[in-house]
Design a protein around this ligand. Structure first.
Ligand code: BG6
Length: 493
């Protein structure tokens, strides 16, 4: 049964069809949705490219790749379906005239289907041409909704590069598209475990009862990547770790972890609570930046980007606090880095030690990826005649608890945008607030090339980061080991 049967038919228009994102994330996601019959009955795709040599076959070459088809039965059927439902349109995203060609194609599709379809414009294009695509869409009248026919845009991050540019972009888009037409993707929010975070918190009174400053000592959110910048020198030189991961994904995960229960659990209420939490983050004073943030760069980065003076960070860690009655005084550490020891995204709450024995404290870890799961570290009496305590781990792993294959985040993103559910997308207010929280750090780092610490690839970042965490009464947790047996049982390092 098609998940979106109730929704109108949809035309997905993909700008930037030959880019990495489309090839690596979007095509596999569409393939799986088609295979699972999870799109509306009337569903068509237009790949937009400025290059006249681009063909449907060259774009769809990816779906013949082995990994995507692993263990699948009706490959040919789905591949044919994909091909039959898509077409390529050569169009210059900066030429308003060309958008009338798009309008004609969309009208032709409507005629063929005997009804008007919804339009979903996916902007997988560099931020430098966002504005042009939006203006050209509006100029051709492709932003106008009528009756229950929607015109939505799906925008990838980065949404601006600092507070001023994000505000400018929000203001600009607002002139042409209403907030409920704009879907700002934060694919971390669409990861299965991130979604489960809310269910886990709000459906288990056992958990919700200890989710506050009385019990929690500190919170740590890590998004470590094993990969380096993967040759994306131009992109990364204008970005850095703080903008790339912390401004978006990690602040969003922090908001989901710490916000109050939305009442009811509708998209609007969820966003309201998230925004309240983000607004309660204690503002960072410029003069305190070096105390509450640290950054590093992996050895060899400057050669890789051919910029001997680059002070772009590939590692960043930030200490924040929240001014509200639930969390006041609880340190929150966020960190991310490229070329680190292993790929892992996890949220850990470390609980206060009531034993006064300086033994491993209770911890609760939500592993977002890989090997998704939730683990709790408790203390138990070690068997024997002595009264000794030992940490023990309990976890639940998606792989063993749920046999079904989890949908990829981009499958979720597409289905929600097609059905018009904005819960897992970032609102303009949230995006601006996230920039506002970090702007003092961005401004200070722009002018400072002294406090940038080198680290070797394959480590957990600059050595100084250990002292940084200690200053804030925390330790970096590498051992959230108890979650689905990925890590060694190494303890705190
Ligand atoms: C993106 C960043 O948002 O997330 C990339 O721009 C990063 O630099 C990627 O590699 C990580 O995503 P995931 O889903 O692989 O953790």
């Amino acid at each position: 049964m098609a998940l979106t049967n109730n929704s109108n038919g949809t035309v997905l228009v993909i700008f930037g069809a030959t880019g990495n994102l489309v090839q690596n994330k979007l095509l596999p996601a569409i393939y799986h949705l088609l295979k699972g019959n999870l799109v509306p009955e009337k569903f068509e795709i237009i790949f937009v490219s400025r290059n006249p040599d681009v063909t449907k076959e060259s774009i769809l070459k990816k779906i013949d790749d082995e990994p995507m088809r692993k263990g699948q039965q009706n490959i040919q059927e789905v591949t044919d379906l994909f091909k039959n439902r898509s077409r390529v349109l050569t169009l210059d995203s900066e030429n308003p005239e060309d958008f009338f060609l798009l309008k004609n194609v969309l009208q032709e599709i409507d005629r063929k289907n005997g009804e008007k379809l919804n339009h979903l414009y996916y902007l997988a294009v560099p931020p430098s041409i966002f504005k042009s695509v939006i203006t050209c869409l509006a100029n051709a009248g492709l932003n106008k909704e009528s009756g229950n026919i929607s015109q939505r845009i799906l925008v990838e991050k980065p949404f601006g590069t600092n507070l001023a540019s994000a505000k400018d972009l929000v203001g600009f888009i607002k002139k042409y598209f209403k907030e409920n037409q704009v879907y700002r993707i934060d694919h971390y929010l669409a990861k299965e475990t991130a979604q489960n975070l809310l269910t886990f918190r709000f459906s288990n009174p056992l958990i919700e009862g200890i989710w506050n400053r009385q019990f929690v000592d500190y919170i740590q959110i890590t998004a470590a990547e094993e990969v380096d910048i993967e040759g994306r020198a131009v992109f990364y030189e204008g970005m850095g770790a703080l903008r790339d991961l912390i401004q978006s994904h990690l602040l969003q995960l922090m908001a989901l972890t710490m916000m109050d229960v939305p009442q009811p659990m509708k998209a609007k209420d969820l966003h309201k609570e998230k925004l309240l939490l983000l607004k309660s983050v204690k503002p960072i004073k410029k003069r305190h930046v070096n105390e509450i943030a640290i950054r590093g760069q992996y050895a060899g980065y400057r050669d890789e980007v051919k910029n001997a003076h680059s002070n772009i960070e590939t590692y960043a860690a930030v200490h924040l606090t929240v001014n509200n009655s639930r969390w006041g005084g609880v340190p929150i550490l966020l960190r991310t880095g490229k070329a680190l020891k292993e790929k892992t995204t996890e949220i850990t709450l470390v609980f206060k030690d009531r034993t006064r024995r300086k033994i491993t404290p209770n911890m609760l870890t939500i592993r977002i990826q890989p090997n998704e799961g939730i683990g709790i570290r408790l203390l138990a009496k070690k068997p024997g005649l002595k009264n000794e305590l030992e940490p023990v781990d309990m976890d639940f792993c998606y792989e063993t608890s749920f046999k079904d294959i989890q949908p990829d985040a981009y499958e979720r993103v597409l289905v929600d945008a097609i059905t018009g559910d904005q819960s897992l997308f970032a609102t303009s207010d949230e995006v601006i607030r996230c920039w506002k929280i970090l702007q003092p750090i961005l401004s200070a780092w722009e002018k400072d090339n002294k406090h940038l610490y080198e680290y070797d690839k394959g480590t957990w970042g600059p050595a100084k980061a250990t002292a940084f965490a200690k200053t804030h009464g925390c330790e970096w947790l590498m051992n959230t080991s108890h979650v689905c047996e990925i890590h060694h049982l190494g303890g705190i390092v």
